[in-house]
Design a protein around this ligand. Sequence first.
Ligand code: NAD
Ligand code: DAU
Length: 345
Amino acid sequence: MGHSVQHVLVTGGAGFIGSNFVRYLLRRGVPRVTAYDKLTYAGNRASLADVEDHPGFRFIHADICERADVAAALRGCDAVVNFAAETHVDRSLLDADDFLRTNVVGTHVLLEQARRLGVRRFVHVSTDEVYGDVPEGYSRETDPLRPRSPYSASKAAGEMMVLAAVASYGVPAVITRGSNTYGPYQYPEKFIPLMITNALEGRPLPVYGDGRQMRDWIHVEDHCAGIEVALLRGVPGEAYNIGGGHPRENLSVVREILQILGLSEDLIQHVSDRPGHDRRYALATDKLRALGWRPTIDFPRGLRETVEWYRRRRDWWEPLRDAAFAEYYGRNYGGRAVLKGPEHG
Ligand code: NAD
Ligand code: DAU
């Protein structure tokens, strides 16, 4: 099948959505896809194992903040999709330095080199978190950005650099703002894979506060399809929301996971809340739908398949729950009061 882009540089291509996007593009018939990744704690070559032998695939181990590495990687590419980022809100609350470096400076370096080399298309992958807490209604792309965590502030700052590059130099960049994404190859610090893998290990499931916070879940395949549409048909300088349309309270997601696994709700442990925790995100998605995209995977099915995937792929996630993971786990969860539920684990 022909594809109108020929060679895509996927930064953050060894991360959760990036590795799924590499697979997605190759399946869609893009002849050449280069994954570019620093391999931080969240990057994992094993997530690309099934495409390593594909003749159109190449991997570059490098940092998006390094100008010369970015320039070398970009030669011959007609498009860039920037997934590379520090992505975990809880880690940004412990230390935000790397968030500013990668999410802001790294984005700037990529934009500069894309400008210099005349890259034809640039998608900057951002997040619904830039809108901040949305107690009611749905965020539109024209709404003001009101980020409230160091992570979301760094993502909003990255977006500003994108808009500046479009306006100042005509870099053909679009922004996507995706909602909470789930599916295979997600690092087990994030909510859904953490709950699944803790449950599979018989450990308590730490729910922040009352667990009534609302997220709009989207399956990673639907998120990838939305990014492809923005890549092919997005207008430079515009942002596009990519929301799954499956709002759920956290507690009800945990209950669904336990139900699929046939485990008791006694594993649920309410712990003290994330500081500044946004209660709700919700996206209006008509702008991207008008370009021909819509999500296709309903949440109960997507969640069941994801739980099955983690059940089958212990070979992928068990090595990730290593000493460094335990150290992070201790820092993030160790000091939290247990509000309700099992005390130890
Ligand atoms: P992830 O943490 O799984 O992956 C991030 C990847 O970026 C990792 O492979 C990491 O090694 C790499 N990376 C980090 N710093 C780098 C650097 N300086 N240079 C090169 N590579 C670097 O994240 P994810 O969940 O796949 O998110 C991907 C993108 O999508 C991010 O920009 C994130 O903000 C955005 N996003 C994520 C979600 C979600 O729910 N997961 C939703 C909306 C938007
Ligand atoms: O909304 C898009 C964003 O979704 C992305 O931009 C981020 O990169 C991604 O990490 C995600 O951010 P969240 O903060 O929403 O995701 P997280 O998986 O950390 O948490 C989801 C919800 O679950 C949130 O309300 C916090 C809660 N939670 C999370 C963890 C890790 C818990 O209750 N307990 C936990 O242990």
